[in-house]
Ligand binder design. Structure first.
Ligand code: R5P
Length: 316
């Protein structure tokens, strides 16, 4: 990107994403603009852009975990930027919410992936995210009507594992993760295997017994795109421990950690939990800011992800 384009770009943070937005702005040598957020006494949202965005390329930065609280301020911010004359308004959402309800699992259910995508597509001009949960949709373009780029953090995960875990065995939680897991294992220079998973409810997951033959001296590293309730990790840890494996390291991209998930994973026997910095959490150890910067600077050269796995029949 030329210096001219850099001077046109201005980064605005969603509430809570200011440190990430500032680091991204520094990496891109772009301006970081101020935005004021607050709630009125009746809980309506107030948003004010406190910088000049006229004729600028606005990049809004912020993860969409806890999406119900964040969506309206995001819509108000994007619309305000457009009203104030921004050339284009893009969104870097390191974690993209509402990707798992991608079909009608039971009669009458809302397919929230589609609704959420159509709202975002109506308010921003482009979207960049990381490892969105693509199961039944082959790509983001199946639901987003704007240019939507899915970056892949597997190289960063693999590098962290290679540098921080001695003699790792990379283990994926389900068949759909095989290709993703193989990529992480290749970067980490380690062997890999996958379990097979059946989810019987939101917090009820059954994992198959892993084949550890030939790998017993290795450190198991469970990798997943999301840790939400933690049930997937917990079921896998239990099986590994029953098989006499060492305490595993749990590595994930998105630290959603619903409820007491983190505590429960540790109680199940994880030696360490490590995540990428797509959602701010104490387990963040894998920095993806260079990945976001690269995607913005080289929009045609970014590492794209078609889907963590192929279309499957199980829920996320
Ligand atoms: C499912 O297919 C995903 O890759 C994750 O395994 C899942 O979303 C993790 O959710 P939880 O922590 O609730 O088991």
């Amino acid at each position: 990107m030329s210096d001219d384009k850099h001077s046109l770009m201005i980064i605005l943070a969603l509430a809570g994403a200011e440190p990430l937005a500032e680091r991204l702005a520094r990496t891109l040598r772009a301006e970081s603009g101020a935005v004021a957020y607050r709630d009125f006494p009746d809980e309506e949202s107030y948003v004010r852009i406190e910088c000049d965005v006229a004729s600028r390329d606005v990049v809004i930065v912020g993860s969409l975990d806890h999406p119900n609280d964040k969506l309206l301020p995001l819509v108000f911010l994007a619309d305000a930027a457009r009203d104030l004359g921004a050339r284009r308004v893009g969104l870097v959402a390191p974690y993209l919410a509402y990707m798992r309800q991608d079909t009608r699992f039971h009669p009458g259910e809302a397919i929230t992936s589609r609704s959420f995508a159509s709202i975002l597509s109506a308010h921003v001009d482009w979207l960049v995210t990381v490892d969105p949960h693509l199961h039944r949709f082959a790509s983001l373009q199946d639901v987003y009507s704007i240019p939507a780029t899915a970056l892949h953090a597997s190289a960063e995960l693999g590098r962290w594992i290679g540098e921080n875990v001695s003699s790792p065995l990379i283990i994926g939680p389900d068949e759909e993760s095989r290709q993703w897991v193989d990529g992480i294992a290749a970067t980490a220079g380690a062997p890999s295997t996958v379990l097979s998973k059946v989810r019987r409810g939101d917090a009820d997951v059954v994992e198959s017994i892993p084949n550890l033959e030939g790998h017993r001296s290795r450190t198991p590293v469970l990798v997943d795109d999301i840790i939400s309730t933690g049930e997937t990790m917990i079921a896998a840890i239990r099986h590994l421990r029953e098989q006499g494996a060492r305490e595993p390291v749990c590595v994930a991209v998105h630290a959603v950690f619903a409820g007491a998930a983190e505590r429960a994973i540790k109680a199940a026997g994880a030696s360490r939990i490590v995540t990428a910095n797509t959602i701010v959490h104490s387990s963040n150890a894998i920095d993806l800011v260079p990945l976001f910067a690269d995607a913005i600077q080289n929009p045609s050269g970014v590492r794209r992800l078609g889907g963590r796995g192929s279309a499957g029949a199980t829920g996320g």
